[in-house]
Design a protein around this ligand. Sequence first.
Ligand SMILES: Cc1ncc(C[n+]2csc(CCOP(=O)(O)OP(=O)(O)O)c2C)c(N)n1
Ligand code: SF4
Ligand SMILES: [Mg+2]
Length: 313
Amino acid sequence: MPVRLKDLPRKRYGMPGNAACPGCPETMGLRYVKMALGDDVVLVIPAGCSSVIQGIAPKSGINFPILNIVFAAGAAAAAGMKAAFEALGRGDVKVVVWAGDGGTGDIGFQALSGAAERNDDILYICVDNEAYMNTGIQRSSLTPPGAWTTTTWTGKREPKKNVPLIMIAHDVPYVATASVGYPQDFIEKLRTAAKIRGFKYIHLHAPCPIGWRFDPGLTPKIAQLAVQTGLWPLYEYNQGKFRVSPFSRMYRRPEKRVPVIEYLKLQGRFRAALKNPELVKMIEAEVERMWRWIDALEKSLNPAEEARRITGT
Ligand SMILES: Cc1ncc(C[n+]2csc(CCOP(=O)(O)OP(=O)(O)O)c2C)c(N)n1
Ligand code: SF4
Ligand SMILES: [Mg+2]
């Protein structure tokens, strides 16, 4: 059912004066997670900005239960915690991993892949600000081509690792992409995922004003532009059924599509790339390549057949 803003809880989950930078997409995303899932939720957070946003123990700028855990172990710790809740007769508690792009696509990837393969009953959210922000903006495998970081001074040359597609290939029940620029879509996907037993993965695009070099007031706008240019497609793979989400359907209507350059030019991290036509072409080619994957998935998956295969009916 579509989410109506007026029905969402008004409770404060991030407290005033927490340690996030102004315009931080991670605090926005954390708030939406709690608004969507309610109180019986424990978060597991590997090292990253969200570990620091909480502040220094015994105080916390975030008022819900969190286990902070080493980088490599997010999904494994969550799977163990879920098993413990079940043993205690509290299988209703939702265990959610909230990990950065570095903690997901690089250092935590083996634990993520293992939990997915075992179909552990957890929800894993990658909050993707496209670099190792907490340690000073180093490149990750999810940094997009053309982007400046402190370890890619002239712009990254390699493509962005496509973790959501890798997760679909793990044959898990639920995979979706989302954006902090479209909170209702994100909240709907969180609620859909929460009703499914087994492994769920949501990849949240999270523009970071500090690392991407833009005005902190522009976080939602930059997030929306990523979707409107087709650079960040919103879609959902639910038990064998693949569908492009409504806000991304405009990509298929070229007259509605926003040129990629409109997204790039608002961000200081693409300043060098914008002077290099080859890099801009590479970024545009990446967008088209990603949409070819999406078209292929949409055409090739037979929803009824897939659902039968997964559920064994
Ligand atoms: C094994 C290990 N290596 C490096 C670090 C240092 N470290 C802490 S946070 C962080 C960056 C995390 O990046 P990401 O997962 O993308 O989260 P973000 O800070 O961007 O939210 C790094 C490298 C660490 N804590 N543990
Ligand atoms: S560096 Fe970016 S993600 Fe990290 S706290 Fe600041 S705004 Fe948030
Ligand atoms: Mg990051």
